[in-house]
Structures are given as structure tokens and as C-alpha cells.
Design a protein around this ligand. Structure first.
Ligand SMILES: *Cc1c(COP(=O)(O)O)cnc(C)c1O
Length: 387
């Protein structure tokens, strides 16, 4: 067994990030300012998005995008049960009714036939989640959206650096919401970005993110600016700080290297578990893509074991291996179990995955020895608990 505990994720923060934060601290300007603007520009050029709006989190981005849809009571938004609560909670906070469509069993992305089956005259939008960093079948989702006149909002929290048929997520003809939470592929501490080709949407979100103020605050303090401002709507306080963008600028520059490391580790896991019947490894989507490998999420076939997934994770921890849960299906949470009224067996693939999924350690600073320790611990726990 390993001598020290291996967490399932650690952010990769270098001297460049540290020096840039210190530079902001010493500069006299720590909140939204020139570094946020630079990060926005760098993000646009990396993703190919025509417009990008830096925010305090992806949750904030989802909230503002949902509000911009101007949903009426009873309006429905279709999304996946295999996501973080924020995806669904922000549909509710935007005034919509979330509708869950089942996932594909191998990729755990939302299933196209399941989306189609859930479309009603009240459906307004589809929110695909690029699960673990693997792109959803966007051409088909856009075709469905065109057929029924729906908006598409990509929850791209896992998908910074993901490519779909040669195009980066963020550059497709929709709106994408990215997260820079510490476990995501790049981090700003907390932070998020909305990327879109829709200029009016980008303007509306920019206005909403900072008090509904018609100018960004920092420009008022520039020599050319004037201190006066107008409030043109009741807005929020969802702006990103320069302290956060200082991290993001260097993280973004390192992203392709991070993804290369994550891909190597994921490939090692895939091979190591290929002949372990109790481990169902994540399956690739059948079209051209680059997987950003935000998470490595096998399903543990607990039907072959005498313990459940939670006990499996507890035993991994005793072997000094951390793991994460991404995700317990939305309709398994008490609030949504009661609020959504999903019938038993309505989302069988999500139910199956929800009870068996775990996230194994995956982060760029992991060594090959760390990965070997993870595989050894998983095999040990399986051998100990085989039926
Ligand atoms: C992390 C995550 C979010 C929320 O991101 P924050 O930046 O923490 O608000 C939303 N959706 C998914 C799928 C996520 O994994």
C-alpha cells in the first residue's frame, strides 16, 4: 500500500501563476481590470469564440444565460441527470422546469433519442453537458434544436480544450459555459466564462454580471473615464477579479500540456483495466474529437462484488487512494427526487451509472508510480470483495 494519501485532484500552480498574482497584489488593482480583459482575449483566441464574458463561476454563467432566455412559468429545459447540481439548479433559478433525458451507457453523455422523446410544445432549450471532457454529438443536437426551434446551451464546465470534429468547444454556434473551479482542467480559484458567437447575448450577460451598470467599473477610474455611471437594469455581482485572471492567464497557456498529461494517464488506466471484468472503463464517442480528460470515471460493476460503490470508495481511501463522485444522478438528490417526479426506471442508464461511478485520481502532477498505485489499490479492493 502507498505510504501517503493520493487525492483525486490537485491543481497545478506554477511560479508564473504565483508571480502574476503577487504582481496584481502589488499593483494597487486587484478586482476586475486589465488582467481580466487580457484573460478574456486569450480565452477567445484559444477557443475561437467570437465573444467571451469572464465571471465569478460557471454557476453564475448558467444563471445569467438561463435568465437571458426569459423563460415563462412552465417552460421546459432538457438536460442530463449525469451532471453537477448547478446545471439543473440554474434552470430552476432561471424560471424554467428542468426535464431530464437519459444518458448513453458508455460515454455517459446525454442520449439523442432520449432528448427527442422529452421534447414537448413547452420545450425551450437543450443543455448538453460534455461529460468528463468528451464532446456531445453537437451536430445532431443542433439539428434537433433547429427542428423544434430550441436554444442550445452547452454546459462546458468539463470541456475547456475539448474539440468536436476539429472545432474547440466555445466556437460552436451556441453558448458555452466554462468553469475554472480548482478541480477543473484550468483554475482561477473560483471562476467561469461564457463563450458565444451571439453578440447581443454577450452584451446582456456583461450588463447583468455587474449591477446592470452601463460601464465596467475599472474603466471609470482610467484617466479617460468619468466617475459617473447609470444603472440600466437590476443586475448581479458575478464579475471575475484580476487576482483570478492572473491565475487563468498562465493556466490557459499551459492547458494543452495539461491535457496531454491527463490523456497519457487516462490511456494507462484504460489499458490497466482492460482485462478487469469488474471495471467498466469510459467509452469514446464515435466521431473525431479531443477528449479533455477532466475526469476518469469508470463504473465499478458492484453486481460482481459484495460491497456497494460507497464502501468501495471507503476501502480505496484505506489504501491511501482518494476518489471523487461525479456524479450522483440529479434525480437521486432529495430535492430533485421530490420536485421532478421521475418515475422509477425512467432513466435506467443514469440509475445504473449513478450507483457505480467513481472518479479516480487524474491530474497533471501525477506520476506513473501514482497511477500504478491507483490501479493496484482498485485491484486489491476488487479481489477482497469479489462475490
Ligand atoms: C463544476 C461544474 C459546474 C459549476 O462550476 P462552478 O464554476 O463551480 O460554478 C457546472 N456544471 C458542471 C457539469 C460542473 O462539473
Amino acid at each position: 500500500m502507498r505510504a501517503t494519501f493520493l487525492p483525486f485532484s490537485i491543481p497545478t500552480i506554477g511560479e508564473e501563476e504565483i508571480n502574476e498574482v503577487v504582481d496584481s497584489l502589488k499593483s494597487g488593482w486587484i478586482t476586475t481590470g486589465p488582467k481580466v480583459k487580457r484573460f478574456e482575449e486569450a480565452f477567445k483566441s484559444y477557443t475561437g469564440a467570437p465573444y467571451a464574458v469572464p465571471l465569478s463561476s460557471a454557476t453564475a454563467g448558467l444563471h445569467l444565460v438561463m435568465l437571458a432566455l426569459k423563460l415563462q412559468p412552465g417552460d421546459e429545459v432538457i438536460t442530463t441527470p449525469m451532471t453537477f447540481a448547478a446545471t439543473v439548479s440554474m434552470i430552476v433559478q432561471g424560471g424554467g422546469t428542468p426535464v431530464l433525458a437519459d444518458i448513453e451507457p458508455g460515454t455517459l453523455n446525454i442520449d439523442l433519442q432520449a432528448i427527442r422523446a422529452k421534447i414537448t410544445p413547452r420545450t425551450r432549450a437543450i443543455v448538453p453537458v460534455h461529460f468528463a471532457g468528451q464532446p456531445c454529438a453537437m451536430n445532431e443536437i443542433f439539428a434537433l434544436a433547429r427542428e423544434f426551434g430550441l436554444r442550445v446551451i452547452e454546459d462546458a464546465a468539463h470541456a475547456v480544450g475539448t474539440e468536436y470534429r476539429g472545432a474547440r468547444i466555445g466556437s460552436l454556434d451556441s453558448v458555452s459555459v466554462f468553469s475554472f473551479h480548482p478541480i477543473k482542467n484550468i483554475t482561477t480559484g473560483e471562476g467561469g466564462m461564457v463563450a458565444t458567437g451571439d453578440e447581443l447575448l454577450a452584451e446582456e450577460i456583461s450588463l447583468m454580471k455587474f449591477h446592470g451598470m452601463n460601464k465596467e467599473a475599472w474603466k471609470r477610474y482610467e484617466s479617460s473615464g468619468t466617475p459617473n455611471y447609470d444603472i440600466v437594469m437590476p443586475g448581479f455581482k458575478y464579475n471575475m477579479m484580476d487576482l483570478q485572471a492572473a491565475l487563468g492567464l498562465h493556466q490557459l497557456a499551459k492547458l494543452d500540456g495539461f491535457i496531454a498529461k491527463r490523456s497519457e494517464l487516462a490511456e494507462f488506466y484504460n489499458q490497466a483495466f482492460a482485462d478487469v471484468a469488474e471495471v467498466a472503463t469510459p467509452q469514446p464517442v464515435p466521431y473525431a474529437h479531443r477528449h479533455a480528460w477532466h475526469l476518469y470515471t469508470p463504473l465499478i460493476r458492484t453486481e460482481a462484488l459484495s460491497i456497494d460503490r460507497d464502501a468501495f470508495m471507503a476501502q480505496l481511501k484505506l489504501e491511501n487512494i482518494g476518489s471523487g463522485l461525479h456524479f450522483k444522478a440529479i434525480h437521486h438528490h432529495p430535492y430533485y427526487r421530490d420536485a421532478l417526479g421521475i418515475a422509477p426506471g425512467e432513466l435506467p442508464n443514469a440509475d445504473y451509472a449513478s450507483d457505480r461511478i467513481l472518479s479516480l485520481p487524474l491530474f497533471p502532477l501525477m506520476t506513473p508510480d501514482d497511477a500504478r498505485d491507483v490501479v493496484a489499490a482498485v485491484k486489491t479492493v476488487i479481489a477482497r470483495n469479489r462475490r
